[in-house]
Ligand binder design. Structure first.
Ligand code: SF4
Length: 178
């Protein structure tokens, strides 16, 4: 446990603290340490880098990757942090309005040829180190999704087909015009 705490940058001086005595960032690191102690074949990490500064983000994803790689474990990480995803992922799945709209090898997604779905392209274009251009508009209400593509109201490539028929995930992308 001490070794795992160290790998997760959790301070040894805080090992006897109660959860309510920890800040959000320290609680996050404690959760990572717990994951590193276990030997589960599959780790589910839900936003494991929230509240961490960039150095700790990189350390956390590197430790999670090393832990899963060591014994052939699998890791499913849910995140809004694209830099963390690029650092750790073998495969990237992008969700929009509750559905996977693109799934691709991380190298192809973050490198060449890049994302194929307009929303996924917009996510990368919104990064400060790229075009720094936000995706226009806002996501739809999940309880009132439009009949066609859920992204149509925000998509520059939308046409009548997009607004009437929902695109299915086909060969890794859910878009009529990818
Ligand atoms: S299906 Fe149409 S509206 Fe939806 S992402 Fe593709 S081009 Fe845009």
């Amino acid at each position: 446990a001490r070794a795992a705490a160290g790998r997760a940058a959790f301070p040894a001086s805080h090992l006897d603290r109660h959860p309510h005595e920890l800040s959000g960032g320290l609680a996050q690191r404690a959760a990572t340490a717990l994951a590193l102690v276990g030997d589960a074949p599959l780790l589910l990490a839900d936003e494991p880098t929230t509240g961490l500064d960039r150095d700790l983000v990189e350390r956390t994803v590197d430790e999670l990757r090393a832990h899963t790689r060591a014994d052939g474990r699998a890791l499913l990480m849910i995140t809004h942090d694209l830099a963390a995803a690029e650092r750790i992922a073998d495969t990237v799945a992008v969700m929009y309005a509750g559905r996977i709209v693109e799934i691709a090898p991380a190298g192809a997604f973050f490198g060449s040829p890049g994302p194929r779905h307009p929303y996924a392209r917009g996510l990368l274009d919104a990064l400060p180190e790229r075009a720094f251009t936000p995706v226009p508009g806002a996501p739809p209400e999940l309880g009132a999704l439009p009949p066609g593509c859920a992204f149509a109201a925000r998509c520059a490539a939308a046409d009548p087909l997009c607004r009437t028929r929902r695109p299915m995930l086909t060969e890794g992308v859910a878009c009529h015009h990818a």
